[in-house]
Design a protein around this ligand. Sequence first.
Ligand SMILES: *Cc1c(COP(=O)(O)O)cnc(C)c1O
Length: 395
Amino acid sequence: MSLPRKDLFELPEGLIYLDGNSLGPLPKGAAARAMRTIEQEWGGELIRAWNTAGWMDMPKRIGDRIAGLIGAPHGSVATGDTLSIKVYQALAAALKMRPERRVILSDKGNFPSDLYMAQGLIDTIDKGYELRTPEPEAVADAITEEVAVVMLTQVDYRSGRMHDMQAITQKAHAVGAVMIWDLAHSAGAVPVDIAGCEAEFAVGCSYKYLNGGPGAPAFIYARPDLVESIQPALAGWLGHASPFAMELGYRPAMSTERLRVGTPPIVQLALLDAAMDAWEGVDMQALRAASLALSERFIAEVEARCPSLTLASPRDPGQRGSQVSFAFEQGYAAMQALIDRGVIGDFRAPDIMRFGFTPLYLDEGDVVAAAEIIEQVINQGLWQDPKYQVKSRVT
Ligand SMILES: *Cc1c(COP(=O)(O)O)cnc(C)c1O
């Protein structure tokens, strides 16, 4: 099947959705799948459903479906919890692998939650660890022999700027550091070859480009040769080698299962399972080509129409993920005015208007129509209406 696959999604009439990088839309069939899980499996089978409906295997089975999109081998991806938790888990395990070193290297472009989780972990361990956050452009040069772990998000959530996974991982390994990639804005957005770059860990979420729904479980990848030696900091019973033996001591599973923690969110996993159907047979190289065609067209249209917007993403498409950002001082109000007119993007402080390009359900007609509405809002100053100044909790 070629792209786009609009028929596979519930997209409200008259709306152009350029925020699938933040919360993907509802896939058709997902609600029915969740209802079946609730009514037939939970309602009918009750606790038997852990076996009869395959609930206990869902985190692994769906992890395998995600693995296909990030170049990970079968059995190397676990799902569950939220991305912040998976960041903590990967980082704690990585630090244990380099006990003599004390530096965690990330960058200023990373998503704040990843940095907060690192700070929290440093405080908990209380052994003099240090988090360094240079500018993204300087991070490669900051990889020194003091560094225990390099923890980066491949695609910058604000600008879409992309790190070179292969080159940075090589540099980290050359000085003996462990590499963790956050693929939150990569999975389902750009081709990823996590096995090929040989990073030790990767994490990501499934409610952005993967369309798993609000609160969808996160994923974590560990390089297969390490799985049996990783020391899980979050030693929950479902990561135990034999959870129902109810032993008093923790003994980790000899597989990626050791990265599970507690009871999986079954209804959310059912939604994600249905969402993954939309990815069947998608060639990530073809998706990337479609994504770049959409974003190049968008940049050209917006720049030609709106001289007061400044491109805040790399102009070189090879350096960009699947989003385009423009800086505009009144970006928050302008985004509210756009949303009011059926073009949904989002705003990231201090002045970034962010637009995501998701070739599963967007085509060039959408991009041009969105640019026309952006032109009206910006050039006619429609954002000046006081109602667009009111800040909501979520921007
Ligand atoms: C979206 C995102 C998160 C969000 O984490 P949750 O725990 O799922 O809320 C964390 N890190 C990055 C890099 C993200 O893009």
